[in-house]
Design a protein around this ligand. Structure first.
Ligand code: ADP
Length: 173
C-alpha cells in the first residue's frame, strides 16, 4: 500500500514531521510510549500539555480524540496526542481505537504534516491484543483519504508487535 510502512523501533527517534503519542486523558504523561515521549521531549512538552488541559480540555482529552502540541527536544515538529480505549475499563469498541488513528490523521492534515509515525495505541497498559490493534490501525489508515500526507510509518516497539503489524499489512493487499 503506497505511503504506508512498518519500522520496528523507538518512536522518539523517528525523523518525521509528527509522531503520535498514546497518551492518557489527563495529558499529564504516564508510562510506556507516553513516558518515553515526555522524557525525550523535555519540560516544554509537559508545559504545553498542562496548558491544553487547563484551557481546552479541563475534563481531559476524550477517548478516541486527538490534539497536537509542539515537540520540545524531539527531532519531529509536532506530537499528536490521542487517547486509546482502555480494555481494563470496558472500552472494547473497536471504533474508539479506529477513531484515534482517524483523528490523528485529521489533525496532521490540518497542520500540513507530510510524514507521521504511529505507535500501537492501546496495545500496552490499555490491554488490547497487538494483533487487533495492528488490524484496526492498518485498516483505518488505509481507508483514510490522507491527502497531503506522503508517509504513514507504524513503529512497533518489539519483534512480536512488528510481526503483528507485518501480518496486518499483508492482509491489506
Ligand atoms: P497504552 O496505554 O495506549 O496501551 P502503552 O504506552 O502502554 O500505551 O503501549 C502502547 C504500545 O507502545 C505498546 O505496544 C508498547 O510496547 C509500545 N511502546 C512503548 N514504548 C515505545 C517507544 N519508545 N516507541 C514505540 N512504541 C513504544
Amino acid at each position: 500500500m503506497a505511503g504506508i510502512e512498518i519500522v520496528q523501533g523507538d518512536i522518539t527517534t523517528q525523523a518525521v514531521d509528527a509522531i503520535v503519542n498514546a497518551a492518557n486523558s489527563s495529558l499529564m504523561g504516564g508510562g510506556g510510549v507516553d513516558g518515553a515521549i515526555h522524557r525525550a521531549a523535555g519540560p516544554t512538552l509537559r508545559e504545553e500539555c498542562r496548558h491544553l488541559r487547563a484551557t481546552d480540555y479541563p475534563e481531559g482529552l476524550p477517548v478516541g480524540d486527538a490534539v497536537a502540541t509542539g515537540a520540545g527536544d524531539l527531532p519531529c515538529r509536532y506530537v499528536i496526542h490521542t487517547v486509546g480505549p482502555n480494555r481494563h475499563e470496558g472500552q472494547i469498541d473497536p471504533r474508539l481505537l479506529a477513531s484515534c488513528y482517524t483523528r490523528a490523521l485529521d489533525v496532521a492534515q490540518q497542520l500540513g504534516v507530510r510524514t507521521i509515525a504511529f505507535p500501537a495505541v492501546s496495545a500496552g497498559a490499555y490491554g488490547w491484543k497487538v494483533a487487533d490493534v495492528a488490524r484496526i490501525a492498518l485498516g483505518t489508515v488505509a481507508a483514510h483519504p490522507r491527502d497531503g500526507i506522503d508517509l504513514v510509518r507504524f513503529v512497533p516497539y518489539d519483534p512480536t508487535s512488528c510481526v503483528a503489524f507485518e501480518a496486518a499489512f499483508a492482509g491489506l493487499a
